[in-house]
Design a protein around this ligand. Structure first.
Ligand code: 13P
Ligand code: SF4
Length: 349
């Protein structure tokens, strides 16, 4: 293969040649070898906002996962195209809710409780699911605004259907004061609500999806960390299970975690429950603090990690040859409804 230094040089050359015409957004979970070339880095909310604001860049090479590139396409204009450097960079959580399952769930749930439900979806979902939610008057949420959006939704309807991450839904609703026994999981395979209670008493219907990275953090790891060092503070992402969020000292979105560590004094000690690339970068950027992953086995997001320097360079070379490859284009009829769901989120935060 081509030596790394040569690849980096070529990326720099193409970036320079294209200037404002080319934009490389990078999610915080991306590898260092990719993040070093990102024009902007952010969590999913920041990157969505940025997409909505940028009208200059003709080529947007999105370093993140498929649903983020779709969101970017939905929020940008006709003259802009969004490229995902490796088409296999999906998200296992987004894949846990498909349209056939969602249509079936909606039909069965509305048979049970009528039109008392508003659907919400975490942005970590396919454009089709966002469009479904948009068509039914609901909104998207990200981990940094789930609280505001769920609070808004519960003023509109008696209950919500929260797709596809049961943990973000449960953790956020709990934070808003909703007791766990007013929440129930919808199993899309069994096509039923996993509860013995009357569905009328359930206010939060949680889709049975999860993030395979964040679900690997456990309360056992927290106990072990605290045993080794009682002063260490444990901070986790709300995609972790409820028992982990409760046992941790603090929990919040990717941006929240970054901000807490940024403002912490020298000598602070942290065990962080989120994606490994970010935890490593936080440790490197704050050498005066002691920052480790909560999971000693480490837990990369395999699909985020598919985007690497060779793929980034290849995407840029394709653009430079006039043959952009890996374009993510959401069909027009889906774009319209999905945009409605995203805009409703922006309105209520
Ligand atoms: P945020 O960027 O909203 O914190 O989401 C985390 C995540 O899992 C992205 O895939
Ligand atoms: Fe999906 Fe989890 Fe990876 Fe985020 S970290 S892209 S939610 S699998």
């Amino acid at each position: 293969g081509i030596p790394t230094a040569e690849m980096e040089h070529r990326v720099r050359e193409i970036k320079k040649k294209y200037g404002d015409e080319l934009l490389i957004p990078g999610h915080h979970y991306q590898r260092d070898e990719v993040i070093q070339f990102a024009d902007v880095t952010g969590d999913s909310l920041e990157l969505a906002r940025l997409a909505a604001e940028n009208t200059k860049a003709r080529h947007i090479v999105f370093c993140g996962v498929h649903f983020m590139a779709e969101t970017c396409d939905i929020l940008t204009q006709e003259h802009q195209h969004v490229i995902l450097p490796d088409q296999r960079a999906g998200c296992s959580m987004a894949d846990m809710a498909n349209m056939a399952q969602t249509d079936a769930a909606w039909r069965l749930l509305t048979e049970m409780v009528g039109d008392t439900i508003l659907p919400l979806t975490y942005v970590n979902s396919t454009a089709e699911i966002k469009a479904f939610v948009g068509r039914h008057g609901g909104a998207t949420v990200t981990s940094s605004n789930a609280r505001q959006v769920i609070a808004w939704a519960l003023k509109q309807r008696k209950r919500i259907l929260f797709l596809p991450d049961q943990h973000l839904g449960r953790n956020t609703a709990y934070e808003l004061g909703i007791p766990l026994d007013e929440m129930a999981v919808w199993d899309p395979y069994a096509q039923r609500l996993l509860t013995d209670r009357d569905p009328e008493e359930i206010r939060i219907i949680l889709w049975k999806g999860h993030c395979s990275v964040h679900e690997k953090f456990t309360t056992g790891q927290i106990e072990e960390m605290k045993r080794q060092d009682p002063e260490i503070r444990v901070i986790v992402h709300p995609e972790c299970t409820h028992d982990v969020v409760i046992a941790a000292d603090d929990a919040g979105s990717t941006k929240y975690i970054i901000d807490r560590i940024k403002e912490a004094p020298a000598g602070s000690k942290w065990a962080v429950g989120t994606e490994m690339n970010l935890v490593r970068r936080l440790a490197a950027n704050h050498p005066d603090q002691h920052i480790v992953s909560l999971n000693p086995d480490l837990c990369p997001c395999l699909t985020m990690n598919r985007i690497d320097l060779p793929y980034l360079l290849w995407s840029l070379e394709c653009i430079d040859r006039g043959e952009p490859t890996g374009i993510i284009k959401v069909p027009a009829h889906i774009t319209e409804d999905a945009r409605a769901a995203l805009e409703r989120m922006f309105q209520h935060i």
